[in-house]
Write a protein that binds this ligand. Structure first.
Ligand SMILES: [Zn+2]
Length: 317
């Protein structure tokens, strides 16, 4: 009898917490519209597009915030618990949030949008030089990889809300079409940069997928995370390379301090090479309302235009 009562109490609490049998087999949600919490602006935009009027989307990290460094607040814990489903990037982008998300994953559906890429097509990901199954998390900067993440969101929402599965699928493909159009634009624009100038230098190594997709050699002062140290040796090596190859511009990022790249510019100028800051790119976050990077599609287009203009700087004729 006591066992039956305890089991009953446990089942009651489990139902109250929206406990599912894990991410593999989430029960369809009884809530409508679904309350979806997303970590970054890029994910929030994708989920809003895929979910349409069937979801209420909340974004955990405000615009301009560096996801590598983001520390969850007490309010974030409450927001995660109050959601029906959580989408995050994964691949260690949100390093300081991941323990909290893993903990909640036993009670509510918590998904890394990169899950399909990691499990089905790991060969499409950039491994860290040291290996060990650690991959570059900046997949949104290749629209074709991001399209797979958008489709993954559509699949998961359809599982949680099967009645509207056709809507999620259709809306996911509409957003994918916008990404493919963005990719076409980027290919056309970036192809105008002379091959000898195609070296994209930024503060941290966010543009690896972007460079791979559009034929740009990418160099940076930091590794894949803004937590990585910048050492004087790599800074000097970069200055020598920029001078030797007469690269006209480097680019700062909206969520990272420009100081280290400003020092690189000064170093090049001291050696007689006229290098400029080509502009500010949206790497790991979107811009504030009213800025060109307010939306992901706008931010990506801004990046393409800024890079093209920066590389043309000082072009003869
Ligand atoms: Zn980053």
């Amino acid at each position: 009898m006591a066992h039956t009562i305890i089991l009953g109490i446990l089942l009651f609490f489990c139902a109250c917490l929206g406990c599912t049998s894990g991410r593999e087999n989430p029960s369809p949600s009884r809530n409508y519209p679904l309350r979806v919490l997303c970590t970054t602006g890029m994910i929030a935009e994708a989920v809003a597009a895929v979910g349409g009027r069937h979801v209420v989307v909340e974004q955990l990290m405000p615009p301009g915030v560096d996801p590598h460094l983001y520390r969850p607040t007490a309010r974030d814990k409450w927001r995660i618990n109050a959601a029906d489903v959580v989408f995050y990037n994964g691949l260690h982008l949100e390093g300081r949030l991941e323990p909290l998300l893993a903990k909640r994953g036993g009670f509510l559906p918590v998904y890394a949008v990169t899950e399909n890429l990691l499990t089905r097509w790991p060969e499409r990901l950039r491994p860290l030089a040291e290996g060990g199954g650690i991959y570059d998390p900046h997949v949104w900067l290749d629209p074709l990889l991001w399209a797979e993440c958008v489709r993954f969101v559509g699949e998961r929402l359809a599982e949680l809300d099967p009645e509207r599965a056709a809507d999620y699928q259709r809306q996911a493909e509409q957003y994918v079409a916008a990404l493919l159009e963005l990719d076409r634009y980027a290919r056309e624009q970036l192809a105008t940069i002379p091959p000898t100038r195609r070296v994209l230098v930024t503060t941290h190594d966010a543009f690896g997928y972007f460079g791979r997709r559009y034929g740009l050699r990418v160099n940076s002062l930091q590794g894949l995370s803004t937590l990585d140290e910048i050492d004087l040796q790599s800074m000097n090596a970069l200055i020598r390379e920029l001078v030797a190859e007469q690269i006209p511009a480097v680019f700062v990022e909206s969520s990272v301090s420009p100081r280290a790249l400003q020092a690189v510019v000064a170093g090049c100028q001291a050696l007689g090479h006229s290098l400029t800051i080509g502009g500010e790119l949206y790497a790991d976050c979107l811009g504030p309302p009213g800025s060109p990077g307010e939306t992901f599609l706008g931010a990506f287009r801004w990046n393409v235009d800024t890079i093209v203009a920066g590389f043309r700087w000082g072009e003869p004729g």
